[in-house]
Design a protein around this ligand. Structure first.
Ligand SMILES: [Zn+2]
Ligand SMILES: [Zn+2]
Length: 258
């Protein structure tokens, strides 16, 4: 590090590719906002990415969580316990982060989809990376204010439920950057498609709601989209949403290819 894992998409804004999930660093001097934290086993890579852009772990003003899946929340509790970093998320995601329940694709459902291209290799990786580890954030915090948060980048949470009940995207106003998390991705090891899309159906808590939530994104002033999986999308968000909807309609047809 630094290496090809880190893409500076704008001054001080970095999309970092973990072992199969992205996180985002929004730097302001030697402090930063960190959006998501990769799989539990991505922790060293996460800390190395902070060091590579000149931010010490103590310089992380807050961890913002898009949603409480293991591949996004893996190192959040470590940062909270070791460095006192606040871990913020939408109120509707708090109980999930505390692991009062787990809305994450089950091993059984993955196996039932094992015939699909890419699913088994992905599952092996997910298990190795800590995808089924029990990693609650013991004291997650709801956003302390409405609208833009008082941390580097002043990200504005955009509630986009469906993938999970309290999933949030984060808009960085004035930059054209939108961190979409798993509400809109550009690829996944279990998808043969590239470009803006929803994750495959088995990953959503409520796919219909995830599809509806695209309307919360489409009107935002954004042309640089940073997804939870896949590379940066350099497309106006309205166009990206239209593309994802079209693919989702194809996949909803009974005869449609997965
Ligand atoms: Zn997810
Ligand atoms: Zn994910």
């Amino acid at each position: 590090m630094p290496d090809g894992n880190i893409v500076e998409v704008d001054s001080g804004v970095y999309l970092v590719a973990g072992s199969s999930t992205n996180w985002v660093i929004v730097r302001d001097g030697d402090t930063a906002t960190l959006v998501d934290t990769g799989y539990p086993r991505d922790r060293e890579r996460l800390l190395a990415s902070l060091a590579a852009v000149g931010v010490a772990p103590d310089g992380v003003a807050a961890v913002l969580i898009t949603h409480a899946h293991n591949d996004h929340m893996g190192a959040a509790e470590h940062l909270r316990l070791t460095h006192g970093t606040p871990v913020l998320m939408h109120p509707a995601e708090l109980a999930h982060a505390r692991r009062e329940f787990l809305h994450q694709v089950s091993v059984g459902r993955v196996l039932a989809n094992g015939w699909r291209p890419g699913v088994l290799p992905w599952a092996v990786h997910a298990l190795r990376a800590g995808g089924t580890a029990h990693i609650p954030v013991v004291e997650p915090q709801p956003f302390p204010e409405e609208g833009g948060l008082d941390v580097p980048g002043r990200p504005v949470p955009v509630l986009t439920p469906g993938h999970t009940d309290g999933h949030c995207a984060y808009h960085l106003p004035g930059t054209g950057i939108l961190i979409t998390g798993d509400a809109l991705v550009s690829g996944h090891p279990t998808s043969r498609r590239r470009g803006p899309q929803l994750l495959p159906p088995m990953f959503h808590r409520d796919r219909g709601r995830a599809l509806d939530s695209l309307s919360a994104l489409e009107g935002l002033d954004a042309g640089i989209l940073l997804p939870g999986h896949g590379p940066v999308i350099h497309t106006a968000v309205g166009t990206a949403v239209a593309h994802a909807r079209e693919l989702a309609t194809l996949e909803s047809r009974p005869s449609g290819a997965p």
